[in-house]
Write a protein that binds this ligand. Structure first.
Ligand code: FES
Length: 202
């Protein structure tokens, strides 16, 4: 279970750039005028993307004003969900799912791989400052457990060795293929089985 770490170093100011300001205004239009606070999660995500994948406190204050809602409510949302980073992360941000299905399929081997290849502790940058990792709760790919997310891609059906190879590739600046590492398409059954009918005790 990861603990949210709020950066001690914070920028003095945050505001959406002109392009994101337009995106934010469009997002708000999806909600009734009096319910625009419902856009808080989308706007936090937008702020995170604009700010090198993490959300400073000034961005939370800016969004609170933007949505005319109390700052503490924006803060509560940002600190609750693991998808929001509250301190700087590497250009390559590795999230390791350690919730039960991944855990019983070997997720802690993947954690070991991250400790060996990236940094001893989560939320720490690698030596070259390119990469960081964190443990997270279920990322919704349990059928392909254990798995990691790197930036916006999922890498599934992993073990320690495969995870090390993937991390080596990203540290070299390559882009490893995403998806299953046991040759499955999405979460299809293995060994070409499409039905249980012919397999007793399958
Ligand atoms: S438990 Fe790991 S993706 Fe769901």
């Amino acid at each position: 279970m990861s603990i949210k770490k709020i950066s001690k170093t914070q920028p003095e100011k945050f505001e959406f750039n002109p392009k994101n300001l337009e995106v934010a205004k469009k997002i708000i239009q999806n909600y009734p005028e009096k319910k625009k606070q419902s856009a808080v999660m989308a706007l936090l995500f937008l702020a995170q993307r604009q700010n090198n994948n993490w959300i400073p406190l000034t961005a939370m204050k800016y969004i609170a004003k933007f949505l005319e809602m109390p700052y503490i409510k924006v803060y509560e949302v940002a600190t609750f969900y693991s998808m929001y980073n509250l301190s700087p992360v590497g250009d390559y941000f590795v999230q390791v799912c350690t919730t039960t299905p991944c855990m019983i399929r070997g997720a802690y081997e993947l954690v070991e791989a991250c400790k060996e290849k990236i940094s001893k502790n989560e939320n720490e940058l690698s030596k070259d400052k390119k990469c960081s990792w964190v443990e997270v709760e279920c990322l919704g790919a349990c059928v392909n457990a254990p798995m990691i997310q790197i930036n916006e891609d999922y890498y599934e059906d992993l073990d320690k060795e495969k995870t090390i190879k993937i991390i080596d590739q990203i540290l070299k600046g390559d882009k490893p293929k995403s998806g299953s590492y046991r040759g499955r398409i999405n979460s299809e059954p293995e060994n070409n089985r499409k039905t249980l009918v012919e397999n007793k005790n399958a």
